[in-house]
Write a protein that binds this ligand. Structure first.
Ligand code: ADP
Length: 269
């Protein structure tokens, strides 16, 4: 089981860690992947280097990551967010180990130094970006931890093939990890009940989706960063993951609820 929890406002990490601790004590094999976007935005503003979100020519939103942004990103993701989760799990007697994808090259892939974006209707090229995409997973290190009773708590950045830190999308990194570990289920927990037909209406939850529905779900239903979750789910299932579930991370027992099908369940056919 791979659990990806986001970094959006409203997520309850206490509920999440309590639920994970009881599953771990029942000998469930799992890996936790987390984000940290809202704290990164807060920290960036405090450090006087506000976030710059850009829209790529293909319509996907992302964070422009110059060197300073990358370092702030590391402070937030690998620092406060990662250690906060590891501490919660340790207090619940789970021997969690927090690592970034750079450590042991858990996540490795090509760096993209330029970004083609659209701004005010005009195409532009931004240079000096420290982002990339995960193509390879060091499953040996993850399996070594799991086999010895340690729960891996993973977060971006990843390592480029040249060993540089690169900002990668956590949802898609979790999907690639799920595929590499041949996971039964990849859960994507966030501050919404799942994929909504109308983002403003939590009752408009889409309960089930098949692989063939994902392209139109990505283009017509998902907005902003939700598009990357839908893409991640599609990539995971195409690579052999049994199912993906988008669930709510604001509620008690968020993992068990999602595993019971509360949320959007995505399967192959
Ligand atoms: P996280 O950091 O938790 O992974 P993101 O902010 O990346 O979360 O993605 C979750 C957000 O996606 C929600 O807060 C919601 O505002 C937005 N969103 C956009 N379109 C949809 C949709 N169709 N259904 C649900 N959420 C959506």
């Amino acid at each position: 089981l791979i659990i990806k929890v986001g970094g959006a406002a409203g997520i309850d990490y206490d509920f999440l860690c309590e639920d994970i601790a009881t599953l771990w004590q029942e000998n469930k094999s799992l890996v936790l992947v987390h984000g940290g976007s809202s704290f990164t935005d807060e920290l960036s503003r405090k450090l006087d280097h506000p976030p710059r979100f850009v829209t790529s020519v293909s319509g996907i939103q992302s964070r422009f990551t110059d060197r300073e942004t990358l370092e702030i990103f590391e402070m937030a993701y690998c620092g406060k967010m990662n250690k906060g989760i590891v501490e919660r799990l340790q207090r619940l007697e789970v021997n969690a180990v927090g690592l970034s994808g750079l450590d042991g090259r858990i996540w490795e892939g090509p760096r993209k130094t330029t970004l083609k974006i659209v701004e005010n209707g005009k195409r532009k090229v931004l240079r000096g970006d420290h982002t990339g995409r995960v193509e390879r997973v060091n499953i040996n290190l993850i399996e070594m931890l799991l086999e010895n009773g340690y729960l891996p708590v993973l977060t971006p950045p990843a390592a480029s093939f040249d060993g540089e830190a690169i900002n990668v999308d956590g949802d898609r990194a979790a999907a690639v990890l799920g595929a590499a570990l041949k996971a039964d289920t990849v859960l994507f927990l966030s501050n919404v009940p799942g994929l909504l037909k109308d983002v403003e209406d939590e009752k408009s939850l889409i309960k089930k989706l098949c692989l063939k529905d994902l392209e139109s779900a990505k283009n017509d239903i998902a907005r902003g960063r939700m598009k990357k979750k839908v893409m991640g789910a599609g990539e995971a299932i195409e690579a052999g993951v049994g199912r993906c579930i988008f669930g709510d991370a604001r509620i008690p027992q968020p993992v068990r609820s999602a595993l019971e099908g509360r949320g959007t369940v995505i399967e192959r056919g």
